[in-house]
Design a protein around this ligand. Structure first.
Ligand SMILES: C[S@@+](CC[C@H](N)C(=O)[O-])C[C@H]1O[C@@H](n2cnc3c(N)ncnc32)[C@H](O)[C@@H]1O
Length: 196
């Protein structure tokens, strides 16, 4: 997108979404995230302290959706901070443990970050360990990724940081793994931290 057209499109989205008018073109995986995952988080009172990793113009209204919750965003690129929450952290998700006390977060939504900048295996597993540490017992972890050679450079088994989590059958869709988009092979894996 040319930068002027992009700015116009972002401005349009920013101004119209507050009236419920969505000018974005959304794929099935985004619909699943916004129409199934987010509502479930919002209808669950136990999910108060939420971390959303990775921001982009098309996520700029997410803080508004989570109005009333402690919704924190984190993004490595300073330029994307304008799309983050009031409580926004500019840092790599590898450093989550520097920003949150252990056992404090109720939910982490980690969608489209693995393979979209977070590409080194060591950094991925360090991130997963930090997320696990920061979540409280029975907290929710949503891991969204695209299972294509370009965006998933490692075998899934190599993401060993995931082994610390317990698969969680996500109530609205009754499964712990959901392939939401056959074209980009976007998958959601749902986990819980279970220490007891
Ligand atoms: C494809 S976008 C996904 C945005 C959003 N999470 C979503 O659900 O669509 C990927 C974002 O992750 C960010 N990102 C990549 N590596 C990161 C890292 N190590 N720490 C934090 N954010 C990172 C990128 O800068 C980019 O804005």
């Amino acid at each position: 997108m040319g930068s002027l057209i992009k700015r116009l499109r972002i401005g349009l989205h920013r101004n119209l979404i507050r009236f419920g008018i969505d000018v974005r073109k959304t794929r099935p995986d985004r619909k699943l995230l916004e129409q199934v995952v987010f509502p479930e988080i919002l209808r669950t009172p136990q999910y108060q302290h939420i971390l959303f990793v990775g921001c982009a113009w098309y996520t700029l209204h997410y803080p508004q959706l989570f109005h009333g919750r402690d919704f924190v965003t984190m993004e490595i690129h300073p330029d994307e901070a304008e799309y983050g929450a009031a409580n926004h952290i500019i840092d790599s998700c590898e450093n989550i443990a520097n920003h949150f006390q252990p056992n404090t977060l109720d939910a982490v939504v980690f969608n489209g970050v693995y393979g979209f900048g977070l590409n080194e295996l060591e950094a991925i597993n360090k991130t997963l360990a930090a997320i696990h540490q920061s979540l409280r017992d029975h907290a929710l972890f949503v891991f969204g990724w695209n299972d294509t050679p370009e965006t998933a450079p490692y075998r899934f088994e190599e993401l060993t940081g995931l082994n610390a989590f317990a698969p969680y059958v996500f109530p609205p869709i009754n499964t712990s793994i959901h392939e939401s988009d056959t074209k980009n092979r976007h998958r959601f894996h749902f986990y819980r931290k279970e220490i007891s």
